[in-house]
Design a protein around this ligand. Structure first.
Ligand SMILES: Cc1ncc(COP(=O)(O)O)c(C=O)c1O
Length: 382
């Protein structure tokens, strides 16, 4: 399986699984949700001129980038911490807080559960339901809160870790839910790794509140929107007191100087951001309607660059079989059956540029009209 290490975008595993028949061909990657435009042009400019900078240590306090992020989000600089990808900050938060319990709304990004378990927290899951299009409802939140109180857990002992937009479902958490939890004295981390893709980010996101409101932490990733996953860059907004505690726990120089410089450069490119958002709005809608025309069920919101898709019932095709058949054709998809709460009907697709999407749809059209066993045999012989 492509998700051997828990995530999409694993080209080394893809080469092992599908590469023998595919030769040196590049994969078209629908399994990781990257901006398909590639990094902003400024990144390549920077790489050409980077040279001497590797001979000095990176700024341990990441001042240049934090300063730019502070202006970008209109929050004080001391409410921001930069990390080696959002993944580092998820882990850091759990390590620092060591909560007794972690409330997760599943299916969600697997690292929340990993970090909770690694740090000794009991996972208190809220099950998101397909019938509710995987929305987190105020009723489910209140029920969980009552359950926590019954088991003697008070605010401060529990960390609510919510994805917004949630991966893989694409749903945004209602800001009113976050507020209600904070008013109850709960600590809430909102992972907004994909929020930059939303056209109305300032209405949907809660990052600005995190700078002033104790108990609220917002995590952002720069790797998806700016297509720099190999560089590793993410940041967190929270009350300065918490930021100070987390910074003290962080490995020194965890954000290398190239990542810092790239972070600063990409924030300057407002045109790249505008163009991405405008393109995504159209392409996502088109891809969803084409997938629906193939008889697939799709989930998500208008704000994300991926589509959770499902076979309408448990028939002969499964997500694993589809992943394999497409893999041998050079197309990688995410088998979403590995997310807690989903089964073998579900797979996740990134939204890519039109020529790739047409190719994907053509392959899907052909495969779904055949028997999966026959499709696997044929693919392996190609
Ligand atoms: C919801 C979510 N949060 C965080 C991350 C980690 O992002 P980064 O590449 O910045 O570590 C991912 C990566 O897939 C993700 O899907």
């Amino acid at each position: 399986m492509l998700e051997r290490y828990g995530h999409g975008g694993d080209w080394a595993t893809a080469r092992e699984l599908f590469g023998a028949n595919g030769g040196p061909r590049q994969f078209i990657d629908y399994s990781a949700n990257m901006n398909p435009f590639g990094p902003p042009a400024g990144v390549f400019e920077l790489l050409r001129n980077y040279g001497d900078a590797i001979m000095i240590y990176p700024d341990p306090a990441v001042r240049g980038l934090r300063n730019k992020l502070a202006r970008h989000h209109d929050v004080p600089m001391d409410s921001l911490l930069v990390g080696n990808g959002a993944a580092e900050l998820i882990d850091l938060l759990f390590r620092s807080m060591r909560p007794k319990a972690a409330v997760l709304a599943e299916p969600c990004f697997s690292e929340y559960r990993e970090a909770a378990v690694k740090n000794g927290a009991n996972v208190e899951a809220i099950e998101l339901r397909a019938e509710e299009r995987f929305r987190l409802t105020p009723e489910a939140v209140r029920e969980k809160l009552a359950q926590l109180r019954r088991s003697g857990l008070r605010g401060g002992q529990t960390l609510w870790f919510l994805g917004s937009p949630n991966n893989p479902t694409g749903q945004v958490v209602d800001a009113a839910i976050v507020k209600e939890l904070l008013d109850e004295g709960e600590t809430v981390a909102v992972d907004e790794a994909f929020m930059d893709f939303a056209a109305n980010e300032s209405e949907l996101g809660v990052l600005r509140d995190a700078a002033s409101r104790e108990g609220l932490i917002v995590i952002r990733s720069m790797t998806k929107f700016y297509a720099i996953p190999g560089i590793r860059l993410g940041y967190m907004a929270a009350h300065p007191a918490l930021i100070g505690r987390l910074a003290a726990l962080q490995v020194p120089w965890s954000v290398n100087s190239l990542a810092q410089q790239i972070g600063e450069a990409v924030l300057e490119d407002t045109r790249y951001a505008r163009d991405t958002i405008a393109w995504l709005r159209e392409e996502r809608q088109w891809l969803r309607s084409e997938l629906a025309a193939l008889g697939l069920v799709t989930y998500g919101s208008a704000s994300v660059n991926y589509v959770l898709s499902a076979f309408p019932d448990k028939r002969s095709w499964t997500s694993a079989r589809l992943q394999e058949a497409l893999g041998f054709k050079g197309i990688l998809i995410r088998d979403a059956a590995h997310f807690v709460g989903l089964d073998e009907r579900y797979f996740r697709l990134a939204v890519r540029l039109r020529p790739d999407n047409e190719l994907l749809l053509e392959q899907l059209r052909q495969l779904l009209s055949t028997n999966p066993q026959a499709a696997s045999r044929e693919a392996e012989c190609e």
